[in-house]
Design a protein around this ligand. Sequence first.
Ligand code: BDP
Length: 702
Amino acid sequence: MTRAILWLCAALLLAGAGPARAEDGYDLWLRYRPLPAQARANRPVAIVARGTSSMMQAAADELSRGLGGLFATTVARADHAGDGAVVLARIGHDEAASLRALGPRLGDEGYVVRRITVAGRALIVVAANDDRGILYGSFALLRWLQTGHTLGAVALMSRPKVKLRVLDHWDNLNGSVERGYAGQSLWDWWMLPDVREPRYVDYARANASIGINGAVLNNVNASASSLTQRYIRKAAALADIFRPYGIKVYLSARFSAPIEIGHLSTADPNDPQVAAWWRAKADEIYAAIPDFGGFLVKASSEGQPGPQDYGRSHADGANMLAAALAPHGGVVMWRAFVYAHDNPEDRAKQAYDDFHPLDGRFADNVLVQVKNGPIDFQPREPFHPLFGAMPHTPLMIEFQITKEYLGFASHLVYLGPLFEETLRADTMAKGAGSTVAGMISGMAGVANVGRDRDWTGSIFNQANWYAFGRYAWDPTSASDAIAREWAAMTFAPDPAVVDRVARMMAGSREAAVDYMTPLGLAHLMGTDHHYGPAPWVSALARPEWNPVYYHRATADGIGFDRTASGSKAIAQYAPPVAQRLRDPATTPERELLWFHHLRWDYRMPSGHSLWEELVVHYDRGVAYVDQMRGDWTALKSNIDSERFEKTAALLGIQSREARWWRDASLAYWMSVNHLPLPPGVRAPAHDLAWYKAEDFPDAPGH
Ligand code: BDP
């Protein structure tokens, strides 16, 4: 029977049983609601774990919970693997003997899930070289079923392509979250280490289900207090909870901590006393957290202290910390997000200028963490020129999962296509095919989770957490496949639901780019809180804080000239890429105004003038949101009322705010270019003064 028919039967059964059960999103994609009766025919009878580690237990418990839910029965743990049992075993174990040859292909953390017959018994075996692989394999088996496949057909094998897969929490010790739109911090620092909330376990389960293996607990704009003994104890409690789920904890380290909490007179990385302080601090942390991951550091950036305060380089600073962590096996994730207030250079060039000369000068346990684009998590940026330019330095890529620049919690913007675009970008550093995906040793995502009941402020924001994990596991993934997987697990593996939800998601990021910053524009948002449009802002203290710095619109034209006649930022890319970007005609249209300043009447390939084309994009973005609303309405009978209503309300906000972005932007551009709107185009709802007067002192996340 086809899946569509199975789902039709299930829907009919449900209809007979009354309205679908209300849900609040807490269960994320791990809902484990019963499969349709026909899909439950071949049910597992028991779970047998060949090992006693806490990770093995976590895997077995998850299977018990998941299979129990999906098959609407109890699937208990057992010692004997009878016919129909699910067995968790290391590759060397007898019951996994026939899989032994696969061992080398699984490496660390990889898994294989197969239906095999052992001494006449049909077993489902989840096997790996290590327990972490078994944990991931267990979640993969559940995902297989949740996405509408049958147990009988299971045959899975996978290993992660990226070693460090980390969530960065920008959580402050007072419970606020920098750029967080899902309530207060998940960590109740005040009550820790005594109160160990069940939520922490569910957070760890969710991460393990998508292969995330690290969490930085505190904000990159770090407080030195997080390194005091009191807070180390709190972090240790979280580490204990996360350990069975394969998640290491990391801390953001404030570079000046030796002064602030160590009472030294300097934090100079070349001062032996400073180095000794960090060594002692690392020893203290490892005594409490033996598998501590290491430090994330934002230094000499946006006013944060750093090695440059002492005339030292980023390598000097990173290597000093790395030396303190090395004896314990820890790493330093040193951020390349730097730009200086006294540097008149194009902001997009500054990170490259600082870091490129340091290639090969970092210690072995340092990773340089580079944002996806050269400025700052904008709705669209070209890939960062450091990718491909530091062949002798392990690089991590940093994405922002929280939607600081993409509509906060309310806009439905699926980030899969954004991740995909950067990861697939060809740096041409070593010839064609030198993709960003192929040159990263780690992937960090600025987390979007908070204390909201649905974790992320909306159901669809959960998809971005999910997609981040799936991309970190395999950066060559396809965003549409991930969206479909998520939709099946989150709603139902009913093709009617999955097709429509995936369709909504597919174009949602492009739509946000269209109504916010089309054709390569960037950084046009409101000051400080970053909510809403403010392309007119021009009076902030530092030039690069002002939107006008980025769009450079005048009566003649618009865009940032980064060619040889402008800031020359294009020269930071490998020659074949630079060659293409030099000419507006060969620059990808989506990045046109990032690299070029063009006249308003510049002829686009469509035949439109640049001005007309901009208007088309704004309108296209708004129209897409309307289409998503229509799609969602059509799903009303397929989705439980609680998640349906909340999402519908948020789409209402998005529809209003997409129009606001469009209208305010157009009103401003027209005040600069004095051009009329093309015939038939709707005029902004208000005049420019009205948009400028809007004020949001209470916007969240700031
Ligand atoms: C910017 C955020 C700011 C962060 C900064 C960073 O607005 O709050 O501190 O990124 O990444 O986008 O350090």
